[in-house]
Design a protein around this ligand. Structure first.
Ligand code: FAQ
Length: 322
């Protein structure tokens, strides 16, 4: 995967009557639509974020897809299958939203398959037990919702509108994940230990889903100015911790962080130091599953070639018949 230094900040360089009018529209909470004038840097930043988001949804199908054949009951299997299909659907909405900015789906696919595109670090971790599937729903979808609810108010219309349905579905995923973990926590000591082990492994990677600390975030300043982002990475991370810690305590689980404590003065749960070196290693392509994930995507793309060919041949036939 390509890497970029995480500490060089992007700045808005354009200043022109068009750019001033554009910023005034953003400040007035107007939605920007595909045919509206927009600064090149705004367009590039949206393509970057939306395509990374789309890739994350599609790569995010892999860790859970791994458990469809091993789900412990028919009910669990049906719910997991539906969830994984939902993630695929989210990827398709998001690729469509990116295409409204003038990039093609083929270009975006090529960036992903050649390892030049980013996708969320969280999907480079393995799903070792059934408890991981519950924990992904509870924590990963929980973190995704915390980050994505504000995106429903993103200044770019197609992205904001796509997020509404995505958030509703992620919210359902979060609940079904929590219910899996709750069932395990109310089960045998072995099942509860499995849930604890999953929390131990997923907690810290989930905190890095929100991106680098604000001091190192390259894009936050401009994205906030353009109202693509409404909250900084650290603000959303804190909201997630505050919402999730009481849920974990309700489950009777212990967070793998000896420094975690409620700060009575602020009402926030204070957490210990995040291992940013591990985060950077995963972004550089050296997480536990980076290679496996890309290989699986490439294989699926190659094996799906006949479907794309058939769809194109059918579309051509329809055009000729018209
Ligand atoms: N992983 O300057 P910032 C899901 C990169 S969907 C990998 O702070 P920004 C659903 C960042 O791209 C999960 N890379 O960047 C699901 C940038 O690199 P670049 C995905 C990361 O954009 C659930 C550089 O670091 N969600 O889970 C990560 O202002 C269950 C500097 O960072 C979205 O994509 C990371 N964790 O803020 C599916 C939401 N963090 O582009 C299946 C939309 C940062 O310069 C199962 N995206 N980087 O090469 C966003 O909200 C933002 O893009 C952030 C990053 C918050 C992710």
């Amino acid at each position: 995967m390509y890497t970029q230094a995480l500490n060089t900040r992007e700045t808005t360089t354009e200043s022109s009557p068009d750019a001033d009018r554009f910023q005034a529209r953003i400040d007035a909470e107007e939605r920007i639509e595909p045919n509206d004038w927009m600064p090149d840097a705004y367009r590039r930043s949206l393509v970057r974020q939306i395509s990374q988001h789309a890739h994350s949804e599609v790569i995010g199908m892999l860790p859970e897809g791994n458990w469809i054949t091993r789900a412990p009951s028919l009910r669990r299997k049906a719910a997991l299958l539906a969830k994984v299909q939902d993630e695929g659907g989210h990827g398709l909405y998001l690729y469509s939203a990116a295409e409204t900015l003038g990039v093609t789906r083929e270009e975006l696919q090529d960036q992903l398959l050649t390892g030049r595109a980013r996708y969320s670090s969280i999907f480079n971790y393995p799903t070792l037990t059934w408890a991981d599937i519950g924990t992904i729903g509870w924590l990963v979808d929980g973190a995704a919702i915390m980050n994505q609810i504000p995106l429903c108010r993103c200044s770019y219309g197609p992205y904001a509108r796509a997020m509404i349905r995505v958030c509703r579905e992620e919210s359902f995923h979060q609940r079904q994940g929590f219910e899996i973990v709750l069932t395990l926590c109310r089960g045998t000591p072995e099942q509860k230990a499995m849930a604890q082990d999953a929390l131990n492994r997923w907690w810290w990677p989930c905190l890095t889903m929100f991106g680098p600390p604000d001091t190192d975030s390259q894009h936050s300043d401009t994205s906030m100015q353009w109202k693509i982002k409404r909250f900084t990475n650290d603000a959303l991370r804190q909201k997630f911790v505050d919402a999730t810690v009481p849920q974990g305590h309700f489950l009777g689980l212990t967070f793998p962080d000896p420094d975690l404590h409620l700060d009575e003065a602020t009402g926030h749960w204070q957490f210990g130091a995040i291992d940013w070196a591990e985060f950077r290693a995963v972004l550089a392509g050296n997480g536990p599953c980076n290679r496996e994930r890309l290989e699986a995507r490439r294989k699926a793309h190659d094996e799906g070639a006949w479907v794309r060919d058939a769809a194109l041949a059918y579309a051509a036939k329809q055009r000729n018949a018209a």
